[in-house]
Design a protein around this ligand. Structure first.
Ligand code: SF4
Ligand code: SF4
Length: 106
C-alpha cells in the first residue's frame, strides 16, 4: 500500500512486521508547510482581542504555540490569525489586562 500524500510505500502493521519494515516517522516532505494546515478549523473556543483594553505589553505574543498573534513592524500586536489559532487559551490566561475574551466557537 502507498500513502497518497507522499507516495511512500507503507506496510500494514502486524506482529510479523519489524521496525525496519515500517514507514519512517517524522518525515517532512516540504519544509515550512505547517502554514498550509489550517488548524483553526479544529477550534472549539475562540480568543477575542479587546483592543480598547490592550496595553500592547506583548506578553501574549511569545506564549502562543501556534504563532497566531501577529506583531507588526511598529512592534504592536494585531488581531489573531484565526486560520491557525487552535483555541488553547494560553494567551487569555497570560494577559494581565483582561484584554482577551474567550468565547465558544460559532
Ligand atoms: S488561544 Fe492559543 S493558539 Fe490561539 S492565539 Fe491564544 S495562545 Fe495562540
Ligand atoms: S497580553 Fe493583553 S495587554 Fe498585552 S499585548 Fe497581549 S492582549 Fe494586549
Amino acid at each position: 500500500m502507498s500513502c497518497k500524500s507522499c507516495n511512500l510505500e507503507r506496510k500494514e502493521l502486524s506482529p510479523d512486521v519489524t521496525w525496519k519494515d515500517i514507514t519512517e516517522g517524522g518525515t517532512i516532505a516540504d519544509a515550512g508547510n505547517a502554514v498550509l494546515i489550517k488548524t483553526g478549523e479544529w477550534r472549539s473556543k475562540r480568543p477575542v482581542w479587546l483592543k480598547d483594553k490592550c496595553k500592547q505589553c506583548l506578553l501574549c505574543f511569545p506564549v502562543c504555540p501556534d504563532s497566531s498573534i501577529p506583531v507588526n513592524s511598529e512592534g504592536n500586536r494585531e488581531d489573531f490569525d484565526y486560520d491557525h489559532c487552535k483555541g488553547c487559551g494560553i494567551c487569555v490566561k497570560v494577559c494581565p489586562f483582561k484584554a482577551i475574551d474567550f468565547v465558544d466557537e460559532g
